[in-house]
Ligand binder design. Structure first.
Ligand SMILES: Cc1cc2nc3c(=O)[nH]c(=O)nc-3n(C[C@H](O)[C@H](O)[C@H](O)COP(=O)(O)OP(=O)(O)OC[C@H]3O[C@@H](n4cnc5c(N)ncnc54)[C@H](O)[C@@H]3O)c2cc1C
Length: 346
């Protein structure tokens, strides 16, 4: 497995604000040679407007090659564990929901619960060609010892296609849990998550733990999820989207959701909040609670003043974490939009 980290800081122009914008791409040895521009990526903008310095990290383990397989040990990033496919349900074009049962002896003990803190993923090995890819359990490990993965199949994608072809009862090997990024409860006033396609999964895992499973957690944090899918048929499975929409409806002070699709292929009434189009700068500014940049820029240009609107001042006082996850071009575009939105806030 190769690891690429690009550390760019388009936002670090204010001495009082510290930003870390790591952009990571992970792939196996073979695909790292061709450096696919469309691998899934995740970026974190961490801003400490209220003071202090914050870093955003990717804690990612080292090489996997040669990791052994053990049938009688607890799950670990350093070896593979055989698990069984117990369900494989189509849920949209080239999308499947897979359920994998972890053998009871391999389940982490309750005293190791912290290793399952969001957000984590597992590497799955395609043993036909000996490559591995990371996937994110939507709800962590459930009471039955199962994990559920929402997996996209790409036309020439190796592991996605291999996983889609797996039948119920078949076995496959995974290693993990591996920390995708750490979420420090109580640190953030606002967490804005921008996801594309299956980039939804890490954010769902976080929201499931922090809001749905235990609503007392992260009380001081407001979450916003802006999710985009190519079409309405490719939106996250309703079983995962509906509880979030209900939560957003009942507790807008804790969760806000914006859903975007480029084309509507199912009945528009499925989700009344569905918007056609891409997540744009205006959507991000609304999510960040910023004034509209067009008006703002107009005033600035006209009077050559550094006008700072009250809502922008509020934003600058808060600890805001912006997470972006999805295919790499999507992440790059979203980072650019977030960066522009922040610049306008002053
Ligand atoms: C931490 C982490 C968690 C992840 N969790 C999930 C998850 O829960 N569910 C999930 O489906 N994926 C997830 N991914 C992405 C997954 O690891 C693979 O990158 C993805 O499944 C493609 O692998 P592949 O072997 O099928 O395709 P590859 O063999 O790597 O790629 C083959 C072809 O498909 C194209 N391709 C690959 N990825 C994309 C893409 N995202 N968009 C468009 N074209 C692409 C490539 O350009 C290439 O032409 C995650 C990635 C990371 C880093």
């Amino acid at each position: 497995m190769s690891r690429r980290l690009l550390a760019v800081s388009p936002l670090a122009r204010r001495p009082s604000a510290a930003f870390a914008v790591p952009l990571a791409r992970y792939s196996d040895n073979a695909s790292s040679q061709r450096a696919s521009p469309r691998a899934q990526a995740l970026a974190i903008f961490a801003s400490t407007f209220a003071g202090g310095v914050t870093a955003a990290y990717f804690l990612w383990p080292s090489e996997y090659r040669g990791a052994p397989t053990f049938n009688n040990r607890t799950l670990s990033p350093s070896h593979f564990t055989p698990v069984t496919v117990t369900a494989s349900e189509p849920c949209g074009p080239d999308l499947k929901l897979l359920t994998l049962a972890i053998p009871p002896h391999a389940l982490p003990s309750p005293s190791d619960a912290s290793i399952l803190s969001p957000v984590w993923s597992v590497f799955i090995k395609d043993d036909d060609i000996q490559v591995e890819r990371p996937y994110t359990p939507l709800e962590g490990i459930d009471d039955q010892g199962c994990i559920k993965l929402w997996v996209k199949k790409y036309p020439k994608g190796e592991v996605g296609r291999w996983l889609h072809a797996k039948d119920v009862g078949e076995s496959l090997e995974l290693r993990g849990p591996l920390r995708t990024f750490p979420f420090y409860k109580g640190t953030w006033d606002e967490v804005v998550k921008i996801s594309g396609g299956t980039g939804f999964s890490p954010f769902y895992q976080l929201l499931h733990r922090e809001l749905l499973q235990d609503s007392a957690r992260s009380r001081s944090t407001r979450f916003t999820l802006l999710h985009g899918s190519p079409s309405s048929a490719e939106l996250p499975p309703p079983a995962y989207l509906q509880p979030l929409l209900k939560m957003a409806e009942e507790h807008p002070e804790r969760l806000r959701i914006g859903l975007y699709v480029e084309s509507q292929t199912t009945s528009p009434s499925t989700y009344h909040r569905l918007q056609t189009g891409r997540i744009d700068k205006a959507a991000i500014e609304r999510a960040l609670g910023l004034s509209s940049s067009s008006t703002h820029a107009w005033w600035r240009r006209l009077f050559r003043l550094d006008v700072q609107k009250p809502e922008d001042r509020d934003f600058l006082r808060k600890n805001v974490l912006v997470l972006v996850c999805g295919p790499e071009p999507y992440v790059l575009q979203s980072c650019k939009l977030v960066s522009n939105s922040h610049r306008h806030a002053g």
